[in-house]
Design a protein around this ligand. Sequence first.
Ligand SMILES: C[S@@+](CC[C@H](N)C(=O)[O-])C[C@H]1O[C@@H](n2cnc3c(N)ncnc32)[C@H](O)[C@@H]1O
Length: 341
Amino acid sequence: MPDAEVLFRQVERALQKRWPLMDDQHQTALRLFSGFYEGFPEVVIDLYGSTLVIFNYHEKPVVLRPLLIELQKWFIQKFPWITAVVHKTRSLRNMPSRLGVIRFGDEHSLTTQIVEHGVKYAIHLRLNQDASFYLDTRNLRGWLKDHMAGKSVLNTFAYTGSLGAAALAGGARRVVQTDQNPRFLEVARATYRLNGWPINEEDFLIGDFFKVVDGLRRRKQLFDCVILDPPFFSTGFNGEIFLNEKTLPLLNKVRPLVAHDGVLIVVNNALYMSGAGLIRIFDEVSQSGYLWLEEIIPVPEDVTGFPQTWVSPPPVDPSPFNHPTKIAVLRVARKDRAAAS
Ligand SMILES: C[S@@+](CC[C@H](N)C(=O)[O-])C[C@H]1O[C@@H](n2cnc3c(N)ncnc32)[C@H](O)[C@@H]1O
């Protein structure tokens, strides 16, 4: 039997640390409870505006369901402004449960946009198994907003385009978003509309990563910044591949697209790849003298857990990164010193 007392106690402790992150207009997206690290590994609770998203990771999800319904009631009482609650279940084969079942409110009361660092992002909470907008890369979006003024950016594996959108919000002169799934890029377009940005269709490239990158290379396109955030697993043009185990070949694949003095941003979310292991890969490539690790971008504390709420470590040590989602900014130099196109 799941221990209700433990769950409620840990969630309450976690909430104490989240108060300062919540806003009166209920437009923020944040993790309210990061169960893996905060003492109840089968549950993660995210807030997207006024919609609560409860992830049930129990291997037999029905076992947890009554408890999560209790928890939902508790949240609605505590936060009467909640308009909807979605429950997502990871281990069920049943796709609708994975995409999310609305257990409070209805289709019309689901949040469709959030605000982060003053930027509006369209979200589609039941588009995919996650909630269409990643919370662990919030600081990377902040970094892109702060560093991309006047730059050109290629966002590979763009998904709903939030990283590219952050760069545009920071004044990037051009952002190319590429993903194999047109439905995901549609959410990126919705974000552009929310912010009043023009949509240049030639900057939305739908297709397999390997084909798209080859095409850009053939056309000798160079970018000031290339973002590489591959999924754990992909069934694309090259067959089924565990992309996150292929950091080095993927990095080498996109590297020729980075202009002289540009940056390559690598996001690696392989739970079982250690931080030291990833650093070894960077060390190997930096021996050429043309690429080096410049900065590590930490994952925010609502996702990692706070020092006061943190109970268990990730299965593999991510240090010097602070979370299994490892985010690195690599600086790139080119022999030909070619500038961005
Ligand atoms: C982990 S998500 C990327 C997250 C994204 N960078 C963000 O911040 O929201 C992975 C994305 O890779 C895309 N993808 C998977 N395999 C692909 C492939 N072979 N070519 C192009 N895109 C692919 C998926 O459609 C999905 O949108």
